[in-house]
Structures are given as structure tokens and as C-alpha cells.
Design a protein around this ligand. Structure first.
Ligand code: ADP
Ligand code: ADP
Ligand code: MG
Length: 674
């Protein structure tokens, strides 16, 4: 086994790998960019090396420099994590040439699976079932169009070199083909430096079911069962689980064996995932093989009790696979939710910012040897701590929340509970969306397919409800608590006016009133106090009110109901978390803010920092609501910004190639009279 390895990655996966190394007594070297000098993975590893600028190509993608640093620090091997250099065959080769072990498959296997089209040609020969489509070399647009017509619409255009859900477009009809092809090619060359595409029949209501495989250098290869990753947005996984609901032993074996055949066909070594797309009737087709550890590997660890990073390290150091196929078992059910800095209400646009407040449910951190799920059945893999920043440079994932239960229902209940205790202030997250998702009828009953989110839009993206009494009561409890604490501090000061009466008293008769600004208007709250009893009045209702605070959790007794939650106060803003969700309220001085109104129309602002890659309108153009105006690229994704209302374009303030800040006004519009 190795004594020391370098981890050529960042964020949660760098920490995840380091956690297993620590358990096995292997020293770790972290690498970091300018943007990551204070990142958790740097603190987590035994040593750290600065490797360059914030942009990935100036740091995490500098293959030669990273190899040099590995040699300089005396590391014997490099773990690439996922993303970055993990599927880069030149990097794998360069490691070997430098006398370092690349903890991953041989370069030849990465090469064979690197292009989705070439992989499909190989799989065809290995008799692995394929989705009907075209995966040839000839990229003549007219030929691609003819192939699409032959396959029959809808078809899916995919970048052969694609990954992470990028470089894919569904084409509903021949008319839309040309535009979609241009868009995929643009995204593919920007993200992968290769604009080759393939065409596939677009399956309706498919499930994404993938098989974890593992091979050693001695010719043995096993499968560690399946993961169902059907719940996706923009072809990116949101929730993953194992085992797949409804999977029969027979099909599991068939898929497992097909996956092992796929791995063997390319001389695979190490951890890999063979992704299949499955019809509702269970028929399945090879989609691609990811030649690395997968983001969602923890669900497999939770149900098998195996530490896949430990397996990777053992195999890479020449040992045999720790277990044989017949020794592997499934125990219980695991779910993973990816917690992202993003805004589900704005087409899941990534958001950036500082995690000013972060509270998480009781959980084990990363994989524990021997005890796969920990006492609470909850595991968190995170690369960030409170105070850390989610920057625009890298993937906006905040953490992975993984739960285990003896069956799916138990796992679901734990997931609900854990999400309710995951509190973030400072940027938009998908936590509330995930809460709705795991509670949705479709997910609860495992009515799974890749269109689950779109199909359930009405329940998953509800119109904002008026702020409920729970939030009002929790906010009030937090404000009263703050005043009590401030009074105590002031009381210590002899000259404070508070020490000399006049103020609201805890035990005497009196009342205090707050005005809270909420998304649905101002809310006036009054707390009446008499003979040690309190009542709370808001929105025309009066309820008994008794509040206590323990370990940051407010418990408010409202007579018939008790509500619990947390409140984080920043200046005049209250971020309130109840089990049901989050809301932000602003304490206002009723005298200051009378009659203020604001108008938002007439502007198109950048929803996030990024680069302008296309401008579709010019000054003077007449537009209708929903028209595409500008395409931005941010976090390697294209985002089309559309007209918020119909009218005339007054001015376009940026041009193609410009870098813009979040909130920058891009276009001014003269709105047509309503
Ligand atoms: P998987 O296929 O492993 O479930 P995805 O396809 O969602 O995962 O994401 C993997 C890809 O997304 C990587 O190839 C990489 O491009 C990108 N990615 C996601 N998270 C990160 C991260 N923390 N660091 C670097 N790249 C990442
Ligand atoms: P990536 O490399 O980005 O992970 P994949 O080829 O694995 O790309 O596809 C990602 C997702 O896109 C799948 O999980 C599935 O939801 C969807 N998808 C891919 N191919 C098809 C298809 N032929 N029909 C329907 N959906 C598909
Ligand atoms: Mg994939």
C-alpha cells in the first residue's frame, strides 16, 4: 500500500478521498488554486501545494505541474477524484511515465470509453445493448440530419466527449435540428474542446440505472449492484438511490453481467460505472461508461458496507479485489441528495456567495470503515464549512447528503428529517426544492423516470404561499430573545437608559410590536404580556405564545401547536427555518418605510456572473415576452436569458465575449403599456 498520495482535486471529493487515506494511514497532499487557499480540502490533508490561478485550466487542469508537485512532495500515486483530470488519458499516461501510479483505469480504457461514439462502436462488438442511433465518424451536418430523420424524432444530440449533462439537446422535429446542432457544437467545443456529436433515439419516460463495477489488475471484475439516478434536472442527477426500486434479481444479474462485459471489453481496472438507460418494461441500453469514481458512489457504500476509495487504493497498489462477486450483499436502502448552490425557481441557475450560516443534521462525515452508515443513518460529504465561498469557478455543489434505512420508506423518512435540518444562509440552495421532491407522491411511490421533475412542476414549483404563522412565531421568538440578550448587556452598563425603566418588561404588563417585511407584504406582530403570560397577535389571529431556546433551536408553544425551528439574524434580516422550509423576513421601522414602492421592469440583469456568448437583439428591436435576448455562459453551461415582458429594446449594454457580474444590467427595455 502507498505511504503518501497526492489528491488532484478539490471540494468534497478531495476531502472524501483524504478521509479514507487517513483511516488507512496514508499521508495526503492537497493541491489548491488561488480561489481555494482557505478551502476545507487544504485543511483536511496533511500537506498542501499551491498550483495556480482560480480558473481550472490555470490550476486543477495543469497536468504537468501537478505531476511535478507529486514528485516533489514524495507522493507515490495520484488520485484524480472526478471531473478535472480524472478522465484524461494523457494525464494517466504522464503519471505512469513519471513513475507515479494513477489511481484509476489504464489510459487505454479511458481512451476507449472517452468518446461516447467510439465506446458505442466497441460495445456493439461486445454485444452490449445500445440505444438506436448514429455514432459514426462522419460529421457532415446533412448526414447527421438524415440520420436523425431515419431514427425518428424526438432524437437526442449528444457531444461525444460530453459529461456532466452538458452538450445535450433534445430535438423534437426536423425543423429544430439545425439550431440544436449549432448549440450542441458550441457548448461541446467550449466545454470539451471537441465538437463531435452523436444522435440517439430519445426515449420517453426512461430510467437512468447504472452499475458500479470494479476490476483488479489480476483479471477479476465484479459489480457492486445498481444505482437509480432517474431524478434529474437538465440531464444532471439530483437524487440517487440504491437499490433501484422494482429491480428483480434476474435483471440485476443481467445488467451486472452486461456491465462487467463492458468493462472487460476495454481491459478495465479500478472503479467504473456503466450507465444504462432503461425503459419502463425493464429493457436497458448502454449509454456510457464513466471511468472514475462517481459522485453518487456513497449510496453504493451505504448498502454494501464497502469503502470504494479503499478498494481503489488497494487495486491501484496491485492488491486483489477485497471481495468476490458472491461475497457482495445488499443491505437496506440508501438515498443521496445533491445539495447545490442554485436557484430552482430560476431554471436551477447556479448561485455564488458565502455560506454565512450553515447548520447540518447530526451525521457521520464521509465513509467510516466498518460502519457504513453511522448511528443516525445519515452521512454528509462536504467540501465546505460555514464561512466558505461557493465561487463561480467550480461546480456549485455544496454537499452530498446520504441516508440509509432498512428499507426505502425508512431511508425516505430520514432524508426528510435530515433535509429539514440542513440550513444555509448566504446563497440560494435547492434544499427546499429537495424537500418538496422527496415528499412528492411520484418520488415517494417510486414512479421514477428522467422526466419526473418536469412532469410534477405544479407540486415541485408551487406559487409562493403566504408566510405562515410558524415562521412568524419563530421570528418573533428570535427577536424577543435578541432583545433580552441586548438588555442584559446594557444592564451591565450603569449608564444605559435600559437600566432605568421605561422599556418593555418581561414580567410586567405590556406589549411590543414588530413590523416584518415579507415577500407577501408587511406583517404586524404584537406580543402582549400580562402576569407572565404572553399572547401573539398577527394577521388577525391571537394565540398563546411561549418560547424557549436551546442549542440554537427555538421551541414555540402556540397553545394547540408547538413549532420548532432556527433563526439566524443578520442585521435586520431574519432567516427562519422551520421543518417545512425557509423564509426570510426583514424587521422594519414602520415610520421609515411608509409608502415606498419600487419598479423592477425595463431591465434584463445577469442572473449570475458569466460571459456573454451570443446577443440576439439590437437597439430598436421589437420583442415579445419570452423572446431569447442573450446567451450567457457560466459554470460551463449556456443560459438563455429571455425578455421579461414585451416591448422595445432601448440599449444593449454588453457585447459577445464580455465578462459580466451578477446583477449587471445587460439590456434596457421600453415595456409596452400593460
Ligand atoms: P456522475 O456522472 O459522477 O454522477 P456528474 O456527471 O453529475 O457525476 O458530474 C461529474 C462531472 O461534473 C465531472 O465530470 C465534472 O465535469 C463535473 N463536476 C461535478 N462536480 C465537480 C467537482 N466538485 N469538481 C470538479 N468537477 C465536478
Ligand atoms: P453525461 O455524460 O452528461 O452524463 P449521458 O449520456 O450519461 O451524459 O446522459 C445523461 C442523461 O441524459 C441520462 O441520465 C438521461 O437522463 C439522459 N439521456 C441520455 N441519453 C438518452 C436517451 N437516448 N433518451 C432519453 N434520455 C437520455
Ligand atoms: Mg452520464
Amino acid at each position: 500500500m502507498f505511504n503518501k498520495i497526492l489528491i488532484a482535486n478539490r471540494g468534497e471529493i478531495a476531502c472524501r478521498v483524504a478521509a479514507t487515506c487517513r483511516r488507512l494511514g496514508i499521508r495526503t497532499v492537497a493541491v489548491y488554486s488561488d480561489a481555494d487557499a482557505d478551502a476545507r480540502h487544504v485543511a483536511f490533508c496533511d500537506e498542501a501545494v499551491h498550483i495556480g490561478g482560480a480558473a481550472a485550466r490555470d490550476s486543477y487542469l495543469r497536468a504537468d505541474h501537478i505531476i511535478e508537485m507529486a514528485k516533489e512532495t514524495g507522493a507515490q500515486a495520484i488520485h484524480p477524484g472526478y471531473g478535472f483530470l480524472s478522465e484524461n488519458e494523457a494525464f494517466a499516461e504522464a503519471c505512469a511515465a513519471a513513475g507515479l501510479v494513477f489511481i484509476g483505469p489504464p489510459a487505454s480504457a479511458i481512451h476507449a470509453m472517452g468518446s461516447k461514439s467510439a465506446a458505442k462502436q466497441l460495445m456493439e462488438k461486445a454485444s452490449v445493448p445500445l440505444v438506436p442511433g448514429y455514432h459514426g465518424e462522419d460529421q457532415d451536418p446533412a448526414l447527421l440530419r438524415r440520420e436523425a430523420d431515419r431514427i425518428g424524432y424526438p432524437v437526442l444530440l449528444k457531444a461525444s466527449a460530453g459529461g456532466g449533462g452538458k452538450g445535450m439537446r433534445v430535438v423534437e422535429s426536423g425543423d429544430a435540428f439545425e439550431a440544436a446542432l449549432a448549440s450542441v457544437k458550441r457548448e461541446a467545443s467550449a466545454s470539451f474542446g471537441d465538437d463531435k456529436v452523436l444522435v440517439e433515439k430519445y426515449l420517453t419516460r426512461p430510467r437512468h440505472i447504472e452499475i458500479q463495477v470494479f476490476a483488479d489488475t489480476r483479471g477479476d471484475c465484479v459489480y457492486l449492484f445498481e444505482r437509480d439516478c432517474s431524478v434529474q434536472r437538465r440531464h444532471q442527477k439530483v437524487l440517487e438511490e440504491a437499490p433501484a426500486p422494482g429491480m428483480t434479481e434476474e435483471r440485476r444479474r443481467a445488467m451486472g453481467e452486461a456491465a462487467v462485459a463492458a468493462a472487460k471489453a476495454v481491459g478495465y481496472v479500478g472503479a467504473g460505472t456503466v450507465e444504462f438507460i432503461a425503459n419502463q418494461d425493464g429493457s436497458f441500453y448502454f449509454m456510457e461508461m464513466n471511468t472514475r469514481l462517481q459522485v453518487e458512489h456513497p449510496v453504493t457504500e451505504m448498502i454494501t458496507g464497502q469503502d470504494l476509495v479503499e478498494w481503489q487504493l488497494r487495486v491501484a497498489s496491485g492488491e486483489a479485489l477485497p471481495l468476490k462477486q458472491e461475497q457482495l450483499r445488499i443491505d437496506g436502502h440508501a438515498l443521496e441528495a445533491r445539495i447545490y448552490a442554485e436557484n430552482p425557481d430560476k431554471q436551477f441557475l447556479p448561485s455564488t456567495g458565502t455560506l454565512r450560516f450553515l447548520r447540518t443534521p447530526p451525521a457521520v462525515q464521509f465513509m467510516r470503515g466498518g460502519d457504513a452508515h453511522g448511528p443516525a443513518g445519515v452521512r454528509i460529504d462536504a467540501g465546505v464549512r460555514e464561512g466558505d465561498t461557493i465561487s463561480p469557478y467550480y461546480d456549485p455543489m455544496i454537499a452530498k447528503l446520504i441516508v440509509w434505512g432498512k428499507d426505502r420508506d425508512e431511508a425516505l423518512a430520514r432524508m426528510r428529517q435530515a433535509l429539514a435540518a440542513y440550513h444555509v444562509v448566504g446563497l440560494s440552495t435547492n434544499v427546499a426544492f429537495l424537500q418538496r421532491l422527496v415528499k412528492s407522491e411520484a418520488f415517494r411511490t417510486a414512479d421514477l423516470d428522467t422526466g419526473l421533475i418536469e412532469r410534477n412542476e405544479a407540486t415541485l414549483f408551487p406559487a409562493p404561499a403566504p408566510v405562515g404563522m410558524d415562521f412568524i412565531a419563530l421570528a418573533t421568538a428570535a427577536l424577543l430573545d435578541r432583545e433580552t440578550r441586548e438588555r442584559r448587556i446594557d444592564a451591565a452598563d450603569q449608564h444605559s437608559p435600559w437600566t432605568h425603566g421605561g422599556a418593555w418588561r418581561l414580567n410586567g404588563a405590556g406589549s411590543t410590536t414588530y413590523r416584518l417585511q415579507s415577500p407577501d407584504g408587511d406583517i404586524d406582530v404584537t406580543v402582549h404580556s400580562e402576569a407572565g403570560r404572553r399572547r401573539l397577535s398577527a394577521r388577525g389571529k391571537t394565540l398563546p405564545f411561549r418560547a424557549s431556546l436551546r442549542d440554537e433551536v427555538h421551541t414555540v408553544d402556540l397553545g394547540e401547536r408547538t413549532v420548532k425551528g432556527q433563526c439566524h439574524i443578520e442585521g435586520d434580516t431574519l432567516h427562519v427555518f422551520s421543518g417545512e422550509g425557509q423564509c426570510s423576513l426583514v424587521l422594519v421601522d414602520p415610520l421609515l418605510h411608509a409608502g415606498e414602492a419600487e419598479s423592477e421592469g425595463g431591465k434584463l440583469a445577469a442572473p449570475m456572473p458569466g460571459r456573454i456568448i451570443a446577443v440576439m437583439v439590437e437597439a430598436g428591436a421589437t420583442i415579445s415576452k419570452g423572446d431569447a435576448l442573450i446567451v450567457m455562459e457560466a459554470m460551463k453551461m449556456e443560459h438563455t436569458l429571455t425578455a421579461p415582458a414585451g416591448g422595445t429594446v432601448q440599449e444593449v449594454l454588453y457585447a459577445v465575449g464580455d465578462q459580466v457580474q451578477e446583477g449587471a444590467q445587460l439590456v434596457t427595455l421600453e415595456q409596452e403599456a400593460a
